[in-house]
Design a protein around this ligand. Sequence first.
Ligand code: ZN
Ligand code: FE
Length: 268
Amino acid sequence: MSSKQVTVTAINAFNDNYIWALSNETSDNANNLVLVDPGDAIACIEHIEKHQQVLSAILITHHHHDHVGGIAKLLHYASEKNWSVKVYGPANEKIDHLDITLIENDQVSLPEINGQFSVLDLPGHTKGHIAYVSPEMVFCGDTLFSGGCGRLFEGTPAQMLQSLTKLSNLPDKTSVYCAHEYTQANLAFALAVEPKNTQLQEYATKVNDLRANGLSSIPTNIGLEQQINPFLRCNQASVKLSAQTHAKQILNDPTAVFATIRSWKDNF
Ligand code: ZN
Ligand code: FE
């Protein structure tokens, strides 16, 4: 089973969150809905009622409130409708209402949308952060953003670099559904790191146009991120040189380069 026919729609929440809504017109019941990181129940319920859908599962990437804050209210709403909803999430984080806890290589079968995902452990932003991966797409929460990556709230630079490397090793065409529209700010920083990267310059122009027209820059894809995202490019001479100039010292390994640009971005 592949997730090829799965349709992914964004539900906008808070200032810049994307809650991803998964459905499948070719499944037995095209009204079934799976939500990823529903931080805001009201926004999800509006979407459900507008599209007359039936919520069947919730996938959680990590414990932050903007990702889990809507679970309780959605379960209450679903119980009033007599829907049974399975809630999936990371085994290594404390999150209320999880039915199924997941670690790396676990499989998540969602026959109601003809979907199948495998799990990646992505410590760094939080200790137990996970992603949901199919051959076509990845839901990576706050680990990889377009042009950037999540802040290190709980993990080390070495952990986060390893997590980002796992994502970077996915096939180039994999669509990346991250949880925030941070792209413009990320690209402003990326251009400070790599001012001469022409693909980055072109992408920044494209994203500025999209945002000026009120459009999303997400999903991105792995192949593009490898070319423009400094946090996936710690092995590149251009990124290393820029990090060394910023740190005013020689940086001997990619983890030191990563740690330098991550803290540089924190204060950018
Ligand atoms: Zn977060
Ligand atoms: Fe978040």
